[in-house]
Ligand binder design. Structure first.
Ligand SMILES: C[S@@+](CC[C@H](N)C(=O)[O-])C[C@H]1O[C@@H](n2cnc3c(N)ncnc32)[C@H](O)[C@@H]1O
Length: 351
């Protein structure tokens, strides 16, 4: 036996009873604390970030996210590519899904583009035991410095309302801009949480009528705007993206629409709401409800009333869903932009 690989005769005496877990104990306990999350009011929340995020990360909420994913597929099933609107020309693209949640979009995208690499990142590990070989999930806070070495060709964000404060959003779009290859695309889809009806069947006295306004006010008090669908387009433009496109959907709540596609969308949207309702409201109302934070019991009573209206067939409520996609300027466009800058602008953009 070569001298340098010989076993230290005192090693056993010094390390009695060690096991493989001793080497991993620190990282394992961090990982398990992250996946166990934090239980509050009977729901599990992420435990990675010190500052809270409104949505639970548990089976019930993942079911709502899955319903949301199906809803988006129903809304765009007549499109050439139902998973995205931004053009993806090269099948070897490098894709990032920010706030991947249950991971359904990332998995479907990886299946749809087998030569692409799809990364899904979230502060809570997605509850999946199988994923395509070209799909990778990572647990991280996207407001932290990005450590991915390769730039992306396409970045996707969906239902991230209330995830960040205004400064966080600017930072997030800035990161996306810097993290994309020239000519790469960003795409974001967000829901308007306000409901309305065209036939007056949703009346001002309905809880569903004031729902959006109340939740948006809670989001404001939390410092996490829930109005992202309204602000994302201009924020994306402000970050430097060009070629900005927008599509607005009107999505029924319940299967009341005559149009078959909207009827199906309404049916699925009803499931999105019923499975997600408690998760949308619990954190926001128990922490930022007015005139003072509500108790869990008060939230349950309120939700029972909202649920009754959700299944009332005489109410024909709908909500807007907005999709924005935009491009980082190409190398050529960036060169023109650089050359037309004044020295002061040049210094500012380098900072
Ligand atoms: C409402 S879910 C939407 C999930 C998914 N995009 C979808 O459409 O089904 C928002 C997700 O964003 C994640 N998230 C919130 N803040 C985040 C952050 N700072 N970094 C990474 N993910 C974050 C949450 O954990 C949650 O899973």
């Amino acid at each position: 036996m070569a001298e340098d690989i010989a076993v230290d005769p005192d090693y056993y005496a010094l390390n009695e009873g060690y096991g493989p877990e001793d080497f991993n104990s620190e990282t394992t306990s961090i990982a398990s604390a992250i996946s166990k999350g934090r239980i509050e009011n009977g729901r599990r929340y992420q435990a990675m970030k010190e500052d809270d995020y409104w949505s639970p990360a548990d089976e019930q909420q993942f079911e709502s996210l899955e319903n949301g994913h199906i809803l988006c597929l129903v809304l765009d099933h007549q499109q050439k590519d139902p998973l995205h609107r931004a053009p993806i020309k090269n099948p070897k693209v490098h894709i990032l899904d920010i706030g991947t949640g249950r991971g359904s979009w990332a998995i479907d995208m990886a299946d749809y583009y087998p030569s692409a690499t799809v990364r899904g990142v979230d502060i809570f590990p997605p509850p999946v035991s199988w994923m395509p070989p070209n799909c990778v999930f990572e647990v991280d806070d996207i407001l932290r410095e990005w450590t991915w070495r390769e730039p992306f060709d396409y970045i996707h964000l969906r239902i991230l309302l209330g995830a960040f404060d205004d400064a966080g959003w600017s930072l997030a779009y800035d990161r996306c801009y810097k993290g994309l290859n020239p000519g790469g695309w960003i795409e974001q889809l967000e829901f308007d949480i306000n409901l309305q009806s065209e036939d007056g069947s949703l009346k001002p006295e309905h809880h569903l009528s004031s729902w959006g306004k109340n939740m948006i006010a809670c989001g404001e008090r939390a410092g996490r705007p829930l109005t992202t669908q309204k602000t994302m387009k201009s924020a994306i433009e402000k970050a430097g993206f060009v070629d900005v496109h927008e599509h607005v959907y009107k999505v029924p709540l319940g299967p009341w629409a005559k149009n078959q596609l909207l009827k199906e969308a309404g049916r699925v949207n009803y499931l999105v709401w019923t499975s997600g309702l408690e998760g949308y409201a619990m954190w926001l109302l128990t922490k930022f409800g007015a005139p003072e934070p509500w108790t869990k019991e008060e939230v349950y009573v309120f939700l029972a009333r909202v649920r009754k209206e959700l299944s009332d067939p005489s109410i024909h409520a709908y909500q807007y869903v907005r999709r924005v996609w935009a491009r980082k300027p190409t190398e050529e466009e960036l060169k023109v932009k650089r050359e037309s800058k004044t020295p002061e602008e040049e210094i500012k953009s380098e900072k």
